[in-house]
Write a protein that binds this ligand. Structure first.
Ligand code: C5P
Length: 218
C-alpha cells in the first residue's frame, strides 16, 4: 500500500500551514511545508548573490546545498533558517524563483522524499496537482484577502518582526497574482480537490473538516 498523502494547497496566508501541522499532529504523520523549500533556496540565493532569474545558477545552487526539512524545522547547510526565511524579502524572492520550471523540477525529488510512513501532510501550491497527484485527500484552502493579511500580520508580529497590514495586503495580492499567472504549476485547485473556505472558520473547525475527509478517503 502506498504511503498516504494529504495535499493542502492554497494562496499565501490562507492558513494551510497551520491546518497541515495540526492535521499531521492529530494523525501522527509527517509534514512537508513546500513553501519552505522554495524559501530556503531563495534565502540562499540572496545570501550568495545568485540572480533570481538565472535558472542554471539556481539549479546548481540547489544541487550543492544541503536543504533539510525535518519536524517543521528548516536548515540550509546545517544552519537553522526557520525564522530567516519568513521575511517579506524572502517571500518575494521565493515567489520569483518558483516561476522557473527548471528550479521546480530540481526541487521535486527533495519534496517527494518527505513521503514516509505512516503518512504525509504536504502544503503548498501544487501538492495535489503536481508533486503528489495520487494524494488520498486534496484540499484547496482559501480565505478572504482581508483575513489572510490579518493572519500573516499576527504571524509576523508574534515572531518579533515589524509589519504593516495594508502593505501586507498589497504584497499578498501581488504574490497571489504571480503564483496564479505563472505558466508552470500555477496556483489552482486540482480538479479533484475539495474546497475549504476558512474565512469564517476557526482553526479547530478547519482541522476537524480535513480529518473527517481523511477518515473516509485515506
Ligand atoms: O507558502 P509560502 O508562502 O511559504 O510559499 C512561498 C512561495 O513559494 C509562494 O509564493 C510560491 O510562489 C512558492 N511556492 C510554490 N509551490 C509550492 C509552495 C510554494 O511555487 N508548492
Amino acid at each position: 500500500r502506498p504511503v498516504p498523502v494529504v495535499a493542502i494547497d492554497g494562496p499565501s496566508a490562507s492558513g494551510k500551514g497551520t491546518v497541515a501541522a495540526r492535521v499531521a499532529a492529530a494523525l501522527g504523520w509527517h509534514t512537508l511545508d513546500s513553501g519552505a523549500v522554495y524559501r530556503a533556496l531563495a534565502w540562499l540565493a540572496l545570501e550568495k548573490g545568485v540572480a533570481l532569474d538565472d535558472p542554471a545558477a539556481l539549479v546548481a545552487l540547489a544541487g550543492t546545498a544541503r536543504l533539510e526539512f525535518r519536524d517543521g524545522g528548516v536548515a540550509v547547510n546545517g544552519v537553522d533558517v526557520g525564522d530567516a526565511i519568513r521575511t517579506e524579502a524572502v517571500s518575494c524572492a521565493a515567489s520569483r524563483i518558483a516561476t522557473l520550471p527548471a528550479v521546480r523540477d530540481a526541487l521535486l525529488a527533495l519534496q517527494r522524499a518527505s513521503r514516509r510512513r505512516p503518512g504525509l501532510v504536504a502544503d503548498g501550491r501544487d501538492m495535489g496537482s503536481v508533486v503528489f497527484p495520487d494524494a488520498c485527500v486534496k484540499v484547496f484552502l482559501t480565505a478572504s484577502p482581508e483575513v489572510r493579511a490579518e493572519r500573516r500580520y499576527k504571524q509576523l508580529i508574534a515572531k518579533g518582526f515589524n509589519a504593516n497590514i495594508d502593505q501586507l495586503r498589497r504584497e499578498l495580492a501581488a504574490r497571489d497574482a504571480q503564483d496564479r499567472a505563472r505558466a508552470v504549476a500555477p496556483l489552482q485547485a486540482a480538479p479533484d480537490a475539495r474546497q475549504l473556505d476558512t474565512t469564517a472558520m476557526t482553526i479547530d473547525e478547519a482541522v476537524a473538516t480535513v480529518l473527517e475527509w481523511v477518515r473516509t478517503a485515506c
